[in-house]
Structures are given as structure tokens and as C-alpha cells.
Design a protein around this ligand. Structure first.
Ligand SMILES: *Cc1c(COP(=O)(O)O)cnc(C)c1O
Length: 380
């Protein structure tokens, strides 16, 4: 571990990430694993995380935007790579030239990808997405016949190959939610229709992390896992990371910028929403909402400092917040651990999610670019 003094850093445990991928594979033994590395691998660093996931047996990489997928190709990843969030005029031709699998949910997208393929003189690799009930992206069942027929026609003309048929869950993180089986049933129907029309996808996929971990009949040919790979439970309701053999990958640390004695009755940080009860010591933690510490966790977020949990005193500011050290004698430079795996006494991203009324996905994904990621355990 580097001894370089730091303000703040996010340590990324790649050995844990690899073990998490293996834990997912053990839960979905017949399926391929797509490592979802969108949004810089949920804030963990896309390139090192993608590399670690592939080493641990993932066979696909997945991103939301074409820009993210193209960046991974440029970084030298040459295996199967898919991205799904397309807008009119997006770089279909670049994706095609880079051999990236693309997703199509509507006629406009099919037309754009076919046009790019004609220009390129080679077929595009296309995953048709059904809206099996999520009500977000994807083609409605009522429009599926038309989309499938148009795709089949384009395939016969050599403009594309339908390499995937897929969907996405709405409530897989709520155990036993009736929509889970309902969506699977719609998916099976949409798939059956596509196959009847002559499509022969390489991968049929519907499962995200919660479904990969808890709904075996949703695995089909591939599971798309993001949050599980980063060692976070998709929802506390479903279980703890340990319940699934997962270990959180990111540890967020900062070093105190100042420790000082203040008298009782002293207001702390903007708005003076915290006032010291008596004489005490305050510690200044040099990270704020610009670094992804949620301002909504003002007065609530937990931090391990000097062996004890402290609570954010008053408001989180853009670059810093304060903790009341209750007279403990600590010094500038001492470590403050905002969250980590939790087994060294520190809070977890889940604890921060609770403090900020959000989900742990958002806590890790929003850690800002000003916080360097330090990747540990790259070698087996
Ligand atoms: C983000 C995303 C995933 C991964 O979800 P997790 O719950 O993090 O595993 C899978 N599929 C799609 C379409 C996504 O957008």
C-alpha cells in the first residue's frame, strides 16, 4: 500500500472483486457472466475492474452508453462487449466498426443501425430488447411482432445479426414480488415469438444482480451483474453481502485536515445546524458533496475516526465536513474511514445509503473524480 500522504482516496480491492465474480458464477453455474462496468464501474474504475472481472471468469462486458463501450475498446478489451443506452444520431457506425453489440428497443434504432451497417458493408450485432414489464427501455409486447419481423428481414439482407434477446427486471430486489414471475412469463413469450420468426440469438438474458443471486430460473444464457461484483447486496431486504459470499470492494478514506478545541455552544458548519454541547474537539474531514459525500447525510452520516464511529456534525459542504471528536486527542493527518467492507469496524456504503435515504449503488457510483482510485490486489 502506498505511503504517499493523501487527502482522500478510494481503495479498490480487486481481489475482492474477483472473488465476487466467482461467487456470482457459483450462483449461476450454467450462465455466462456479463460484468456491468457502466459509469466507470459504479465509480470503481472501469478498466481495472473490467480486467479483474474477465480474469475471474466473466465473458462479456456491459455498459450503458456507446461512449463507455468505445472507451473500453480503445483501452484494448477485445472480447464481447455490449452497450444498451442509445439515442438518435448516436455512434452506431463506430460501435459497429469496434465490433460492439448494440441494443435495439424500437424501429428508429433498427433503422439507424441498418443504415450504419449498409455504410460499413458488414452486419451489426444486435440485441433486441423487450419491455417485459419494467416500463423503462425496451419494446412493448404489442410492438414486438413488427420489430422482430423488421429485424429478421434486415438479418436476411445481411445488415445485422440478432445476437441477443433480452429484458430487465423491475423488482428483482424484492423477494417474491409477483412481477418477477410475470416478467419471466412475458419474456418467454417474446423469446418464443422471435425464435418462431427465425431469430437464433447467441444469448438470451434477463437477470441483473438480485435475479442472478436469487432467481435461478431467470438466468437463461447470461446474467448481467453490476452491484454484486462490487460486493454490495442489491438490497438489504434480500440479504447482507456475506449472505451471498460477497465482499465490498471500495473503501473510502480521508485524512483529517485539522483538529482543534472549541468551547461549548459553538456552531458548526453552514447554517449552524450542529452546536457543541460543551468544550470539545472538532475534526475536519476534507471531503464533501463534490467528492460524492451526500449532503443529504448532513447530521447523520457515520465515519470511523480514532477507533470510534462519529457522526457528521452539521452540514456536509462542497469540500469538507466536520465530526465532533468529543475531546479525544487526535491529530491532523489521522485517518477517517467513511465506508468499507465493515469488518474493521468501519461503516459500509449501505450505512451511508440509510443515512442519506438512498441505495448503496448511488453512494459508490457518485464518488467524484477528485478522489483518486487506488487499485489494490491486481495480481492473483
Ligand atoms: C445497470 C444494469 C444492470 C446491472 O444491475 P445490477 O443490479 O447492478 O446488477 C443490468 N442490466 C441493465 C440493463 C442495467 O442497466
Amino acid at each position: 500500500m502506498s505511503e504517499t500522504p493523501f487527502r482522500a482516496r478510494a481503495e479498490i480491492d480487486l481481489a475482492a472483486l474477483r472473488a465476487n465474480v466467482r461467487a456470482v458464477r457459483a450462483r449461476a453455474p450454467r450462465a455466462e457472466v456479463m460484468a456491468v462496468v457502466k459509469s466507470d464501474a459504479y465509480g470503481h474504475g472501469a478498466v481495472p475492474c473490467a480486467r479483474a472481472a474477465l480474469r475471474a471468469g466473466a465473458t462479456w462486458l456491459g455498459t450503458a452508453t456507446p461512449g463507455e463501450a468505445l472507451a473500453l475498446r480503445a483501452a484494448g478489451f477485445d472480447g464481447r462487449l455490449m452497450c444498451w443506452l442509445w439515442t438518435p444520431g448516436a455512434p452506431w457506425r463506430e460501435a459497429l466498426d469496434a465490433d460492439i453489440d448494440v441494443s435495439v428497443s424500437a424501429q428508429w434504432a433498427l433503422e439507424e443501425v441498418v443504415s450504419a451497417a449498409r455504410d460499413a458493408g458488414r452486419p451489426a450485432r444486435v440485441h433486441l430488447k423487450g419491455d417485459t414489464g419494467l416500463g423503462r427501455n425496451g419494446c412493448q409486447p404489442a410492438d414486438w411482432i413488427e420489430l422482430v419481423r423488421a429485424a429478421r428481414k434486415a438479418e436476411a439482407e445481411g445488415a445485422l445479426r440478432v445476437t441477443g434477446v433480452w429484458g430487465h427486471f423491475a423488482c428483482a430486489d424484492e423477494p417474491g414480488h409477483p412481477s418477477i414471475q410475470a416478467q419471466l412469463s412475458v419474456f418467454r413469450d417474446m423469446l418464443a415469438y422471435a425464435e418462431k420468426e427465425g431469430l437464433d440469438p447467441e444469448v438470451r438474458h434477463h437477470a441483473n444482480s438480485p435475479a442472478a443471486l436469487t432467481v435461478p430460473e431467470s438466468h437463461f444464457d447470461m446474467v448481467r451483474t453490476g452491484i454484486a461484483m462490487y460486493g454490495i447486496s442489491p438490497s438489504p431486504e434480500l440479504g447482507t453481502p456475506e449472505d451471498f459470499g460477497l465482499r465490498p470492494v471500495m473503501t473510502l478514506k480521508a485524512r483529517l485536515a485539522l483538529v482543534k478545541r472549541v468551547p461549548g455552544g459553538h456552531g458548526v458548519s453552514y447554517g449552524h445546524h450542529y452546536v457543541t454541547e460543551g468544550q470539545t474537539t472538532l475534526g475536519l474531514v476534507p471531503v464533501g458533496y463534490a467528492d460524492g459525500v451526500p449532503r443529504h447525510a448532513s447530521g447523520r452520516g457515520p465515519v470511523l475516526v480514532g477507533g470510534r464511529w462519529r457522526t457528521v456534525a452539521g452540514r456536509v459542504a462542497m469540500d469538507q465536513f466536520v465530526v465532533d471528536l468529543g475531546g479525544d486527542s487526535l491529530a491532523a493527518g489521522d485517518e477517517a474511514v467513511l465506508f468499507g467492507p465493515g469488518d474493521r469496524g468501519e461503516p459500509t456504503a449501505e450505512d451511508w445509503a440509510r443515512a442519506a435515504d438512498t441505495i448503496a449503488y448511488e453512494i459508490v457510483t457518485r464518488i467524484g473524480v477528485r478522489v483518486p482510485r487506488v487499485h489494490l490486489g491486481e495480481d492473483e
